[in-house]
Design a protein around this ligand. Sequence first.
Ligand code: NAD
Ligand code: IPM
Ligand code: MN
Length: 355
Amino acid sequence: MTEAGRSYRIASIPGDGIGVDVTVEARSVLDRAAELHGFGLRWTEFDWSCERYTETGRMMPEDGIEQLADFDGIFLGAVGFPGVPDHVSLWGLLIPVRRAFAQYVNLRPVRLLPGTTSALAGRSADELEMVIVRENSEGEYSEMGGRHNKGHSGEFVLQESVFTRVGVERIIRYAFDLARTRSGRVCSATKSNGLIHSMPFWDEIYAEIAAEYPDVQSEQMHVDALAARMVQQPDRLDVVVASNLFGDILSDLAAAVTGGLGMAPSGNINPPGEYPSMFEAVHGSAPDIAGKGIANPVAQMLAGAMMLEHLGEADAAQAVRGAVEKVLAEGAVATPDLGGESTTADLGAAVTAAV
Ligand code: NAD
Ligand code: IPM
Ligand code: MN
């Protein structure tokens, strides 16, 4: 931030598919909130995407990480599109940014808002609220391993997981600290019955840290049973802490039970603030609806609110959330996933006006 009229430098990477549509609308809402709350957002837009890959052979330039390093925040749409293999596009942009900037917490809060409908029958707004604290820098997402005997009958691949003591401790501690500011309940996702090294290690560290927080109610569940609980008794969950892959899968499930993927924001957080944090929706580029102008931009707007909060602009963040809630509760403007017939731009305009 620079003083003399607060302003923040934000890198915007709309990316691919609906990432582009939802980012435009979310930026308009954030700009309005900034204007009303007396600060500026200075955007620099980057065209890093699958389209760029097709033209140049790279998702981002070789010095892409350096180019982002001095921003106060990164606002990402979505990455990935048919024509470029997903492991190429995501390991060429999203995942390197998360790692280079030690964004080891992926924070994914979800809440069923008035005016939206859960995929679960009989659930009403404000009854469902939880947050996935997903490990975001190691675990099952690893480049270690390889493909051997390619093309022969003995062909095989090895895909290693990496769980470090530092990495596991810090994510679990983050979850317990967060629980103290919320319900005081943490549930850890494990799978120590099937994974013989990584998850017993995770559980051992979880127990050590839980002992440091006697005031927080803690439990652990195998991730399969936890998935069932998320559907059958979601109100028994609040802070859920999980490894990279488990957290990824649970966050789409949590989004589905609280109004859908169009509603779920996420923050890739570097807690010490040494590097910029990155904010994006949980969902991807949705090639099936890309270009149709009907994507729900709410998840991206709420990710923007998380970014404002992270920058220290809590009132503006609350104004964005309030505007989203007001428009959804009124129900006159809703995209097809919310049961309406409005466009992405209609919803963007309505929320911008409501800020
Ligand atoms: P997806 O989240 O893009 O889409 C899943 C389903 O949800 C689709 O039917 C889609 O239409 C719907 N959906 C998602 N967001 C929506 C919104 N805002 N409004 C209305 N409907 C919405 O998941 P996918 O199909 O598995 O992935 C598509 C591409 O996106 C892949 O290349 C994948 O790797 C990538 N991806 C990127 C990110 C990211 O950049 N953070 C996240 C997830 C997936
Ligand atoms: C997410 C996405 C990414 C992930 C993919 C696109 C690599 O699904 O942010 O949830 O798994 O981290
Ligand atoms: Mn995901």
